[in-house]
Write a protein that binds this ligand. Structure first.
Ligand code: PGA
Length: 244
């Protein structure tokens, strides 16, 4: 059985004060794996204040291990700061920083080399969905996975771009369709998260879908109350599935 994973993507938000308060209020749950991905400046801080079962991750890394790349952070540096995970290929990186599938795969290889687990984001824009291209886009984004990828070191996050930060969550049918397609591509063991306007009040129904193994949460991960509620929802769904 795949363990549910709830990951919080803080994006470019957070101060030391906020990290201390939020991480101190997180409730650890054994049934569910919890990861928070703060800005890199706060990784050590989060590490110190979170319950020990909560893992910390970065939001991106450079594809090289070191060198003259002003402003960038390598996978090894994230690991050195205490990160266990890194988010790669987030649609904001693809759209705002022009990241290609080729570059993302280089970052993924660099991360695995340093022992970081990767949360690899895929997903279609609204235009691509309206053109009926969703499954093609997602399949293309997953088509170049290098041989280092396995179900232990890589998690896929399906995030329809039009659902991110918009409050417009994808329908259960849309999520189920894309997750089933990703499942056929990556196999039974790899975890597939859904991301895009996941909140406390829609978490149970989304997390109950057969191929949904957790959530990548943006806005609702910035407050302990809403993030804890999503962790609780995942715990409830996991325990019910175990009992069934
Ligand atoms: P959201 O962001 O939950 O605020 O929609 C999700 C993400 O960007 O990973």
């Amino acid at each position: 059985m795949r363990q549910k994973l709830i990951a919080g993507n803080w994006k470019m938000n957070g101060t030391r004060e906020m990290a201390k308060n939020l991480c101190g209020a997180l409730e650890s749950q054994n049934a569910v794996e919890v990861v928070i991905c703060p800005p890199a400046t706060l990784i050590r801080e989060c590490f110190g204040f979170s319950p020990s079962s909560v893992k910390v991750g970065g939001q991106d890394c450079h594809e090289s291990s070191e060198g003259a790349f002003t402003g960038s952070i390598s996978a090894g540096m994230l690991r050195d700061a205490g990160a266990e995970y890194v988010i790669l290929g987030h649609s904001e990186r693809r759209a705002q920083f022009g990241e290609s599938d080729t570059l993302i795969m280089k970052k993924l290889e660099a991360s695995h080399k340093e022992g970081l687990k990767v949360i690899l984001c895929v997903g279609e824009t609204l235009e691509e969905r309206e053109e009926g291209q969703t499954l093609n886009v997602v399949s293309r984004q997953l088509s170049m996975l290098p041989p280092c990828v396995n179900s232990e070191n890589t998690v896929i996050a399906y995030e329809p771009v039009w659902a991110i930060g918009t409050g417009k969550v994808a329908s259960l049918e849309q999520i189920a369709e894309v997750h089933a397609a990703i499942r056929s591509q990556v196999g039974e063991k790899t975890r597939i998260l859904y991301g895009g306007s996941v909140k406390a009040d829609n978490a149970v129904e989304i997390l109950s879908l057969v191929d949904v193994d957790g959530a990548l949460v943006g806005g609702a991960s910035l407050k302990a109350d809403s993030f804890n509620a999503i962790i609780k929802a995942a715990t409830q769904v996991s325990l019910q599935a175990k009992a069934a």
